[in-house]
Design a protein around this ligand. Structure first.
Ligand SMILES: [Zn+2]
Length: 301
């Protein structure tokens, strides 16, 4: 793996930075779920610094896009019902935006997983819906009606005609990509005037992440940057979007999902999960706002 120094990925400039966390990773210690969503955390991460201008925490140096793509291509998939729960949370945000949108024709979801959110978009009346997902495993688990809408690739910005889409979404994916500002600008380029770019990220300034420190699951080998409200707003403003709005996102997940995020060792966590499963509580759904942010902005008319 080649690691290359980079400028701030939100400011796109050589801004002053402060040390945030020393590198803590060992490729040999990563399992086949290391680059999959909703796994048990290994608490491994690259060397992290914080931009003094925009507040984003980012990996420096970073691995290449080709190396990342190779990891995601072979990643196992372990999400199941949780992707449906997450998709419902995002769909509520979109439903509230629909009255402000001029059209519901043309929607692209970047990092679509098993496509659960595409079904929500169809249910909300969107047409010409598509998703991009670099891992093969979640696509193989997609429902038969959704699978043809999923493309097994990373986003390049050439997936649609410029100014042709009403909505581009990118949930829990901006942390994973090299050059997130470039991704947002290419996504914005595909939006027609009045179209919406909607993203969701982890908030490293939220209380759970502050409480857990480096034992928070957001400190992960997959996360090349971590956002706060300030840095996320700066990202969408630097993209050139207007009416940028940022707010916390609440998620409804089974108890077993929340327990997996606890800062316990893997053995202790397996014991807790096994106990909760034995008691029949693992599938109980609980709604929490544990520190995710949702942000959107409109393409100027
Ligand atoms: Zn910055």
């Amino acid at each position: 793996m080649d690691l290359t120094p980079q400028n701030c990925p939100v400011c796109d400039a050589a801004t002053p930075v402060q040390e945030w966390a020393q590198a803590n990773w060992d490729l040999a210690g990563l399992g086949d779920l290391a680059f999959s969503s909703r796994k048990l955390p290994e608490w491994m991460h690259f060397h992290l610094v914080r931009c003094s201008m925009c507040d984003v925490v980012f990996a420096n140096p970073v691995p290449s896009t080709d190396w990342l793509l190779a990891q995601y291509r072979q990643a196992a998939f372990a999400a199941g019902d949780e992707s449906i729960m997450a998709a419902r949370s995002y769909a509520k945000v979109v439903a509230a935006l629909v009255p402000d949108m001029k059209s519901r024709d043309g929607a692209l979801d970047i990092g679509a997983g098993d496509g659960a959110f595409l079904q929500e978009l169809l249910d909300l009346g969107f047409t010409n819906v598509a998703g991009l997902e670099p891992s093969r495993a979640p696509i193989d688990q997609a429902s038969a009606s959704i699978r043809p809408l999923l493309n097994n690739r990373m986003f390049t910005g050439e997936e649609a005609t410029p100014a042709s889409l009403s909505l581009v979404t990118c949930f829990q994916t901006l942390e994973h990509v090299n050059r997130p500002l470039e991704l947002c600008r290419k996504a914005s380029n595909l939006l027609r005037p009045g179209g919406v770019l909607l993203v969701a990220v982890h908030n490293y300034r939220a209380w759970p992440a502050r409480l857990m420190g480096r034992r928070s699951p957001i400190y992960d080998i997959q996360h090349l940057q971590l956002f706060s409200p300030l840095s996320l707003g700066r990202l969408l403003e630097n993209t050139g979007l207007t009416r940028v709005t940022i707010r916390p996102l609440c998620n409804r997940y089974p108890l077993s999902y929340w327990l997996r995020l606890l800062p316990l060792g893997i053995t202790a966590k397996r014991r807790v999960l096994s106990l909760v499963t034995h008691m029949g509580l693992d599938k109980c759904n609980i709604s929490l706002c544990p520190g995710n942010l949702v942000a959107y902005g409109f393409k100027s008319s």
